[in-house]
Every structure is written in structure tokens, then in C-alpha cells.
Unconditional design. Structure first.
Length: 602
């Protein structure tokens, strides 16, 4: 090869590399712009969620749930998916290839769900995909979301209060839009079973009061910043009482009347219980399974996994009963747990103190399990009375650190909340569960915003259930009754795989599902009934817990086998959570890369 030819070849190669670099740079910029624009749209489209995660730019408005807005929402996700498919992953960095996978998964799930409502004013809700066709049930709806907004909004000065007053003035329109959607759902045959909705009227009563100062939405006006002038306080309180008494409370009263006189009777007329009996319901259920589990598992496969897990955990429960020294049958032992006063608190404040003690003990163990921890603190507080028998839960803090996260304990009916379930419940909802994982994701500044706040049920709930299993390594469950409680909670999630698919794919009756939960999970009838009714109104949602936990345990075993003595549990845990919420297949790819990196470093 002549010197001139060699120089020409090198120049041509350099030109090709430059073009490739420019193409990659162009793809990177285009993807970053698309992701940022989508996130801006997302905040505008759901201002309630924006407030709750610490974005306060839209604190004076509520979401638009009109038919026109729903159509626009569907169009946005279709167009987003179209643009995402135009990217060549090889022209993106490794980090953005994961971001492309995550955002594409979100768009695919949304557009798939929307496809079932092509001729209806329903869309996959930003808050919950299942809310697309039923905006109010005993598990979710404005009776919960609006009071939570009142607790999540910052009130630092007059402007914040005035913005909140504008939001209150928008409540009647929001409720009217929900009512219009429910009316269309009646005509289209998209209704939850009435038996699961029986508590909704009572829940709505919490928003209907003769004294507006007793409304949960009045809460911000019961305490003001110290530097707020008295004249401003009086004006704001008067305005709040007026908008509540003249607009908000009458709107909730109208909604309750519609639910009682129209929606519930229509729901009572629908045939069957399972979602598979709705129009296109079998395919709809499979779409919900895919969304909840981020897998391609079928209802039958999940049902069978559940049966195997139930059998395995039941053996462990039997062994734990033997450890207690109890003399009697399994059913007698469970009755002893349900009826013995020693396992229950008499005062709400004592239960809260018990949870706070667990929290302090859990905090001390975290450095043994994580290489890096989030900075955002959390607290323990009581659930509001209007939530009734709903499960304990975590309320995320603000991403800017201005509001702590909270574990909310159900102190409304102490006789249904045994002490032996408190350790596993806290580890799930608090640390190392939801609070630790969500707070850590919010603080990962090198991730795009949509990933810092992403939510995939199988990942988030799978991590929280996996966190319960870490209790043994953290020094919890030393008492056999607490260990039985942890196993009961794990059994509960295994039963969900059997019961949810049983109800929605295999024609189970409500009674059969309740009895299955009571027999295997060792919970009382009231709790089992509430759980089964939850599955009826949120098909497939509960499947993500166990499927996600099993995947994380599988990946831990895989990493430990590959790295042997060099396996570092602390760094493995950070590898799992430091990418934010991920679909399970993307998580597996991330852990495979982490294993390879650890080997290379070794």
C-alpha cells in the first residue's frame, strides 16, 4: 500500500468515525430532548402527582379528566411510542439505552391499555392503569387522593394558600368529569363488581360535613406559618369555609348520590366477578398482567407459581408453629393468634410507639446491607380514620427534601392489626423497603427525571417484599410469633398469585377466594374479605409483589454464585436500586452487567 493510499484510507476512516460520532451525538441530544419534553407534559397532565413528588409549579390546578383531555392523553402516548421506535439503540450510551427501554416499556403498556378503550373516553390513568375505567373504588379515588394532596402541599405563605384555594374551586369540575366517565362506563359495561364497592359511600361521607372546618380538605387552614399576618389568616379561613361549604362538599354529596342511586345498582347488574367477563376482558387481563409483572407470564403460569409458593411457605409455617411449643392443630393455633389479647394493642399511641421502636432498630442495621443510603428522613404516623380498614402504606417525601416520607400505620381497628405482623409490615413500607428505595431513586441526579420517579409494580413491590425477607439478616423475627407473622405475610403475597388469577381467569367465586386466603395466609375473615375485594377492583396489580421478589432473589443467587467469596451484598443491593424502578428484564440485564464489572475489577 502506497503512502498516499494509506493516508487516504486513514482519512476516510476518520471521516466515517466522525460521522458515526456526530450521529451518536445527535441521537443522544434528540433522546434527551424527547425525554425532557415528555416529563414536562407529564407534570402538566397530572399536577397532583407533580405536587406530591415536589414539583410545585402547578399547585393551583387539578388534572383535566374531560373526554377531550383523555383523547389528548392517548394521542400523546401513541406519538411518544412512535418517536421512541425511531431510535437506534446502538447510537445511544449504555445509560440512555436503559432509559430508552424503560420509557418504551411505559409507552407500550399505556398504548396497549388504551387500545381497549379506542371508542370510549377512558385512558390509562397516570395514577393507576386500572383507574382508566373506574375512577373511584374502595381502594382509590378522590376521597383518598384529595386529602393526601392537602397533606402533601407546602404551605409557606399566602401564595401557597391562594393556589390551594384555586384547586379546591376546581374540585366540582373534577368530580363531575369522574361522574361523566362512570356514566359512560355503565353504558359500555365496564364496571367493577358491586360487592367490592360497598364501603365507597361511607368513605365519601368523610368529605360530606355540615361544618367545613371538619373536612379533611380544610386541614391546611387549621395551622398557619408563624409569620403569617392575622388578617391573612382570617381571610384564608373564611375563603376556605366558603369554597368548601358552597362548592366542594355539595359536589361530593352529588357524587355520593350518583354512586348510591346509579353506579352501585348498575354494578350489581353486571355478570360475574372477574375482569375477564368484561368486554374484551380476557385480553385486557393479560395486558394488566404484563404491566404489573413486566414479564410475558400467562395467567396459568402465574397461578402455578403461586401454588408452588403456597406449598413451600406452608411447610415453613408448620415448622414455626412447632417452635412456639403450641399444642394443637394449625387452625387452633391461628384461632389462638386471632383471639389472644397479648397479640394486640389497646391504644393507638402504643402501636405507634411500637412501630417507632422497630424503625430505630431497622435504621441501625442498614449500613450492613447498603453501600450508600438516601438522605431523606421518614416518620411514623397514624392513618386517617376515613381510610378505615385499608392497608398500612408509605407516603413518599418530596424530591427536594422539603417533606419527609411517612409510614402510615392503621390504628383505626386495633383488633385486626396484630403485633406479630408489625416487623414485616414496617420493613416493607419503611426501611429497607419503600422509603429507602423510593428516596434513593429520587436522589439519583444522574438519571433523567422520568426514571427517578418511575414506578413499576413488580420492581417497587417486589423490592419491598424482598425487604421483608431481609429481616432475618437484620436481627428481626427472633420471636417465633413474629417469624410466623412474616411467613404469613409472604404467604399472603403467594396466595395473591393463586386468588387473583383464580378470580379473573379461572372463574373463582368470591367466597372460594376468601376461604383460600383465610386457610393459607392465617388472616382473619375481615382482612381476607378486604383483600379479595381489592383484587376484584384492581385486577393483576397484586401479582407484581411475589413475581418481583422472586426475580430479585434469583438475581442475588446468580450474583453470589458468579462472584463467590467476592460477592458484596451491600453493593449488590445498591446495584438493584440505583437504576430507579426498572422492568424485570431490564433489571436482569443491569445485574448481569454489574456481575461482569465486578469480575473484571477482581
Amino acid at each position: 500500500m502506497t503512502r498516499r493510499y494509506r493516508a487516504a484510507a486513514i482519512a476516510a476512516l476518520a471521516a466515517l468515525l466522525c460521522q458515526a460520532s456526530q450521529a451518536e451525538d445527535s441521537a443522544e441530544r434528540r433522546f434527551a430532548t424527547l425525554a425532557a419534553e415528555h416529563w414536562e407534559w407529564f407534570a402538566r397532565d397530572d399536577p397532583i402527582q407533580a405536587t406530591q413528588r415536589g414539583d410545585y409549579r402547578y399547585n393551583d390546578v387539578l388534572s383535566d379528566e374531560s373526554a377531550e383531555a383523555v383523547a389528548g392523553r392517548k394521542a400523546h402516548w401513541r406519538e411518544l411510542l412512535k418517536q421512541l421506535k425511531s431510535f437506534d439503540p446502538t447510537q445511544l450510551t449504555a445509560a440512555n439505552r436503559i432509559s430508552l427501554q424503560v420509557l418504551t416499556r411505559m409507552a407500550v403498556d399505556r398504548t396497549r391499555i388504551d387500545g381497549f378503550f379506542s371508542d370510549l373516553p377512558f385512558a390509562a390513568s397516570n395514577f393507576s392503569l386500572i383507574m382508566s375505567w373506574s375512577p373511584i373504588t374502595q381502594m382509590y379515588g378522590p376521597q383518598f387522593r384529595l386529602p393526601l394532596l392537602a397533606k402533601s402541599t407546602p404551605f409557606r405563605g399566602v401564595a401557597d394558600y391562594d393556589a390551594y384555594l384555586k384547586r379546591l374551586a376546581g374540585v366540582p369540575q373534577l368530580l363531575a368529569q369522574y361522574q361523566a366517565r362512570m356514566q359512560v362506563a355503565i353504558a359500555a359495561g365496564w364496571l367493577p363488581p358491586a360487592v367490592a364497592l360497598r364501603r365507597v359511600p361511607e368513605q365519601l361521607d368523610s368529605e360530606i360535613t355540615d361544618d367545613p372546618a371538619q373536612s379533611p380538605l380544610y386541614l391546611p387552614f387549621s395551622k398557619f406559618p408563624e409569620d403569617l399576618a392575622q388578617a391573612d389568616r382570617e381571610r384564608l379561613m373564611a375563603s376556605a369555609r366558603q369554597v368548601l361549604s358552597e362548592q366542594v362538599i355539595p359536589a361530593f354529596r352529588d357524587l355520593k348520590q350518583f354512586v348510591v342511586s346509579t353506579y352501585l345498582p348498575a354494578a350489581a347488574r353486571r355478570k360475574g366477578l372477574g375482569v375477564s367477563q368484561l368486554p374484551g376482558g380476557r385480553d385486557f387481563y393479560e395486558a394488566l398482567i404484563a404491566n404489573s409483572t413486566t414479564t410475558s407470564l400467562s395467567a396459568r403460569e402465574i397461578h402455578d407459581i403461586g401454588l408452588r409458593e403456597v406449598a413451600r411457605i406452608r411447610k415453613e409455617m408448620e415448622a414455626t408453629i412447632a417452635r412456639t411449643g403450641f399444642k394443637g392443630t394449625r387452625s387452633e393455633f391461628i384461632r389462638f393468634l386471632h383471639e389472644s389479647p397479648q397479640f394486640y394493642y389497646d391504644k393507638p399511641e402504643d402501636m405507634l410507639a411500637g412501630y417507632r421502636d422497630i424503625a430505630k432498630r431497622a435504621d441501625a442495621e442498614l449500613p450492613k446491607l447498603f453501600a450508600e443510603l438516601p438522605r431523606l428522613p421518614y416518620g411514623v404516623r397514624a392513618m386517617p380514620a376515613y381510610e378505615g380498614d385499608n392497608a398500612e402504606h408509605y407516603v413518599p417525601g418530596a424530591a427536594d427534601g422539603s417533606r419527609a416520607g411517612f409510614f402510615e400505620a392503621n390504628v383505626n381497628h386495633l383488633r385486626t392489626r396484630p403485633k406479630y405482623n408489625m416487623e414485616d409490615l414496617f420493613l416493607h413500607e419503611g426501611v429497607p423497603g419503600h422509603h429507602l428505595q423510593i428516596a434513593r431513586a429520587q436522589e439519583l441526579k444522574d438519571l433523567p427525571d422520568f426514571r427517578r420517579f418511575a414506578f413499576f409494580t413488580a420492581f417497587a413491590e417486589g423490592w419491598a417484599l424482598y425487604s421483608e425477607s431481609l429481616g432475618d439478616e437484620m436481627g428481626f423475627y427472633t420471636d417465633p410469633y413474629s417469624k410466623f407473622g412474616q411467613l404469613s405475610a409472604e404467604m399472603w403475597r403467594a396466595c395473591r398469585l393463586v386468588v387473583d388469577t383464580g378470580l379473573h381467569a379461572f372463574g373463582w367465586s368470591r367466597e372460594r377466594a376468601i376461604l383460600y386466603m383465610i386457610d393459607n395466609a392465617a388472616i382473619n375473615e375481615d382482612v381476607a374479605t378486604a383483600e379479595v375485594d381489592r383484587y376484584l377492583v384492581s385486577p393483576a396489580q397484586a401479582l407484581g409483589y411475589k413475581i418481583g421478589e422472586l426475580k430479585i432473589k434469583e438475581l442475588r443467587a446468580k450474583a453470589k454464585a458468579a462472584l463467590a467469596d467476592h460477592f458484596d451484598l451491600r453493593r449488590f443491593h445498591n446495584a438493584v436500586i440505583d437504576g430507579g424502578d426498572l422492568p424485570l428484564d431490564v433489571l436482569e440485564g443491569r445485574i448481569d452487567e454489574w456481575i461482569a464489572t465486578q469480575k473484571a475489577q477482581r
